[in-house]
Design a protein around this ligand. Structure first.
Ligand code: MSP
Length: 520
């Protein structure tokens, strides 16, 4: 059967910022969804990439004595290397300096121009270069700083091309009414609705005071405003506007744009208005996550010394535990306070003491009591009570409903329910006592098979979040890579683990960590 397409994206990150725990968070969340959808039989297109134009990039290049392109090229590996380390399974990586993108942006701008949505006018207003955002005086903080980042803004007065954004207020509100799940979570939709109701201005979409950008095809003294340029990446990556638009036909409109809450106006107002003007379909959902904050709820910053860095966390906890922690403990959509203390607590409780410990117990017992081979379930036990099967049978539906709703915590807690029940099942059935007599051999074998099967099913559902550990656990059960599965529904059915497979013990999957003391 032909697979149904599924397209999701992360923002394209500014090339001259370092990847940080915020950008890693979005990228890991999108990767989790992409991996799950592939396992669930979808034909996935997962896109991430880099935003390489704009004044900020041009300035940074000049400071480093490089051309803007050389500067961009030198910055790319810090992203691609980290994403590789995190096992990010993106299908494409777009850079806005690529010809396919530049061509697409020019075609798009020409379409807006031809359709009469662009006009030339005088721009007078404020501009935050770090955020590449235009502001009116009334939107600025009282001390006239940027309302997003708190940094000083520039006053700009120049001739620009404008997009008639103000014509789209009512159309956007009507669109949100008809598509109640377009903006998620609901709190962001309220925010966007009140922004629109407060009055929309036309948007300046070009600049003339620097040239590091995509020249407007109908007025080459102007380069395209970097945000407008950047948003179009979601279609140029599909070949729209360059040679081959077949991917566009297949994957557009996107199922999900994942973004941070600070960039929703661009994704929920400007982008859909641009698409409406161009007569193109609008993505199904924009999902905005919250901000990762320091342990005390304050903003993380280098200067305050309270920032946590992806590499530091990877070294301490490992990639899979890193991914697990952020997906398990930080609600996607809300802000989250991040501390070593809490990460250590979740790591020890869920991964070391529950999941890792379960596998270590059952693999040890299989080696000890069954010569390291998955035992066959004896006929005498075929109709016996099986609390693990009862939980596992409902897991696919439960997990799937959660992930489709972007509730990672819910999906993972459904898996942990099986893990916890399996540990309890071992306690209750005490295989070490059953092993004392030949008369209870069938029961012993039954308990071991059930617990091995629970491990397999847990590893299967944990694979989108912890691909390396799941592959390792699968190989210790004599099975192939779970991340290559594309029919998780059938693969997760009870009893798929074949009797006769060799079981290997191996090192602890998650060695226990020393407890982190509360600071201060
Ligand atoms: N280039 C634009 C996006 C263009 S998309 C068409 C951009 N780039 S960025 O490098 O600044 O990326 C910012 C992303 O990181 C945003 O989604 C933002 O919300 C996210 N975060 C920045 N700091 C963050 C935290 N402390 N916590 C979580 N996410 C945060 O914006």
């Amino acid at each position: 059967m032909a697979k149904e397409p599924f397209y999701l994206t992360t923002p394209i990150y500014y090339v001259n910022g370092e990847p940080h725990i915020g950008t890693a968070y979005t990228t890991i969340a999108a990767d989790t969804v992409a991996r799950w959808q592939r396992m669930d039989g979808r034909d996935v297109m997962f896109l991430t990439g880099l935003d390489e134009h704009g004044q900020k990039v041009a300035q940074a290049a000049a400071e480093h004595g490089m051309t803007p392109q050389e500067w961009c090229d030198s910055q790319v590996p810090q992203f691609t290397d980290l994403w590789r380390e995190f096992n990010i399974s993106n299908d494409d990586f777009i850079r806005t300096t690529q010809p396919r993108h530049v061509q697409g942006v020019q075609k798009f701008m020409q379409m807006l121009y031809d359709a009469g949505y662009l006009y030339k006018g005088g721009y007078k207003g404020y501009y935050c270069t770090p955020c590449e955002t235009q502001w009116t005086l009334s939107e600025l903080n009282e001390d006239k700083t940027c309302p997003t980042c708190g940094r000083p803004v520039d006053f700009i007065e120049e001739e620009n091309w404008f997009f008639k954004l103000s014509e789209f207020g009512d159309k956007l509100l009507a669109y949100y009414d008809e598509h109640p799940n377009f903006i998620r979570p609901a709190i962001r939709e309220h925010e966007i609705r009140s922004f629109i109701k407060s009055g929309m201005h036309d948007l300046s979409v070009s600049r003339t005071t620097f040239d590091w950008g995509v020249p407007l095809p109908f007025d080459s003294d102007h380069v395209t405003y970097v945000w407008v340029d950047a948003l179009i990446n979601y279609i140029t990556a599909l070949g729209w506007g360059s040679d081959d638009a077949s991917k566009y036909e297949r994957y557009w409109p996107a199922n999900f744009h994942f973004v941070g809450k600070d960039i929703i106006r661009f994704h929920c107002v400007i982008w859909p208005a641009m698409l409406m003007a161009a007569g193109m379909p609008i993505p199904e959902h924009v999902f905005a996550h919250g901000f990762l904050m320091a342990a005390d709820g304050s903003k993380m910053s280098k200067s305050k010394g309270n920032a946590l860095y992806p590499r530091e966390l990877i070294d301490r906890y490992g990639v899979d535990a890193y991914r697990y922690y952020f997906m398990r403990d930080v609600t996607f959509g809300a802000d989250g306070n991040i501390s070593h203390e809490r990460i250590t607590q979740v790591y020890n409780a869920d991964l070391a003491n529950s999941y890792g410990n379960l596998f270590s117990r059952v693999s040890n017992m299989t080696v000890k009591y069954c010569d390291g081979v998955v035992p066959a379930v004896p006929d005498s036990m075929k109709d016996a009570d099986n609390p693990l099967k009862d939980i596992a049978d409902g897991l696919y539906e439960k997990y799937r409903a959660c992930i489709n709703d972007i509730d990672f915590g819910g999906a993972l807690s459904a898996v942990m329910e099986l893990v916890h029940r399996a540990n309890l099942y071992i306690e209750e059935s005490a295989p070490w006592n059953l092993a004392k007599s030949e008369e209870t051999r069938d029961q012993l074998v039954f308990v071991l098979y059930n617990t091995l099967e629970a491990c397999r099913i847990a590893a299967l559902f944990l694979a989108p979040v912890m691909p390396t550990t799941s592959a390792e656990l699968f190989s210790r059960l004599g099975l192939g890579d779970p991340t290559a599965i594309d029919d998780v529904k059938h693969a997760s059915a009870w009893g798929v683990l074949p009797a006769g497979n060799q079981v290997t013990k191996g090192d602890a999957l998650f060695p226990r960590l020393a407890t982190e003391k509360k600071q201060g």
